[in-house]
Ligand binder design. Structure first.
Ligand code: PMV
Length: 321
């Protein structure tokens, strides 16, 4: 059983979406591939971009889960939680599962949601269970919530349904199949685990609630504007809003020196806009370009100064079997 699940970029609204404001995200053509075959216990091997050694998670005869180190088990607990969720949904968890992900873990590209989705669909498929996409979407979100403490519907929705999606609370609106302009994704070189970034914002909000709520409100307004720009096909407006969004995410403390550098280089290369994408504190930034050639040239410039960059296309559907 083989499953391909797209990764995603958040065009606008991360963090604020967890507090009920809107976010806009798109599925992109970077993939997680999950294969599963029957086995006498559960063994999961992973290969993420940039982490070629991978990690191996195994369930022992007495039902314990083992991994190379306890720290890693905490960081990759979503692998185990995804298997348990599949079991609750009627799957036999005994399988050899191999995961290959084109994004680095903690990159802000929805790697955990896409891996969870791949494990669920592969294990259920292997057992002949065929839930519909909405059940998978709900299950992905359940697992994320258990692991992260808080989780919006953004990643779970985009990796299962694909396209460009606006999320607000439980409401999901599909905005279309693609976005105006060309998106460059650039990895800052260090992971930014979602749970850690969420805690950082939560602590800031406890300290200065009115200010943080004001910033969140403004991020929500920006995301509404991005949603309109997607529908109107207005890349220039979208770029300007992305620049404002980056400033607001910096105000929440989730940008880093490297992410700011990527954003500035992209703007100097002619990007219409650039910002952190996903949880931040590491992970990736994205930039929007009018034409693909300029985006490709910018990717080469970023690679020349030591970053990994990809010019991506949006993907109109979610996971594929
Ligand atoms: O970094 P990612 O890809 O896990 O995205 C996280 C986005 C947040 O808004 C910070 C959290 C969420 O659940 O929406």
């Amino acid at each position: 059983m083989e499953v391909r699940v797209p990764l995603k970029v958040i065009l606008s609204g991360e963090h604020a979406v967890v507090y009920g404001h809107p976010a806009v995200a798109a599925a992109v053509d970077m993939w997680t591939e999950v294969s599963a075959e029957p086995h006498d216990t559960t063994v999961i091997s992973t290969r993420y971009f940039g982490f070629e050694a991978g990690i191996r998670v195994k369930r022992t005869e007495d039902g314990r889960w083992t991994v190379a180190s306890e720290d890693l088990l905490d960081e990759f607990s979503y692998l185990v939680e995804a298997v348990k969720e599949a079991e609750r949904m009627g799957a036999d968890p005994d399988a050899k599962i191999e995961i290959r992900c084109e994004g680095p873990p903690g990159s802000g590209l929805g790697t955990s949601a896409s891996v969870i989705c791949g494990i669920l669909v592969a294990l259920l498929g292997l057992s002949g269970v065929e839930p519909d996409r909405d059940e998978i979407r709900r299950a992905v979100r359940n697992v994320e919530k258990r692991v992260q403490g808080r989780a919006s519907w953004t990643d779970a929705t985009v990796v299962t349904l694909g396209g460009v999606v606006k999320v607000k609370g439980d409401d999901v609106e599909r905005l279309g199949e693609g976005i105006p302009g060309h998106v460059l994704v650039c990895y800052s070189g260090t992971p930014g685990p979602t749970a850690r970034a969420l805690r950082l914002v939560e602590r800031l909000r406890e300290e200065i609630p009115a200010i943080v709520d004001g910033v969140m409100e403004e991020i929500g307004n920006v995301a509404e504007g991005v949603s309109e720009a997607v529908i109107e096909g207005d890349a220039s407006k979208m770029g300007s809003l992305m620049n404002v969004n980056h400033g607001l995410l910096s105000a929440l403390g989730v940008s880093t020196r490297e992410l700011d550098e990527i954003v500035n280089v992209a703007r100097n290369c002619g990007a219409l806009g650039a910002k952190v994408t996903g949880a931040g504190t590491g992970g990736c930034a994205i930039a929007l370009f009018e034409d693909r050639e300029t985006a490709e040239r910018c990717a080469a410039t970023l690679e020349a100064i030591g970053y990994e960059a990809w010019v991506v296309r949006t993907v109109s559907d979610g996971y594929r079997t």
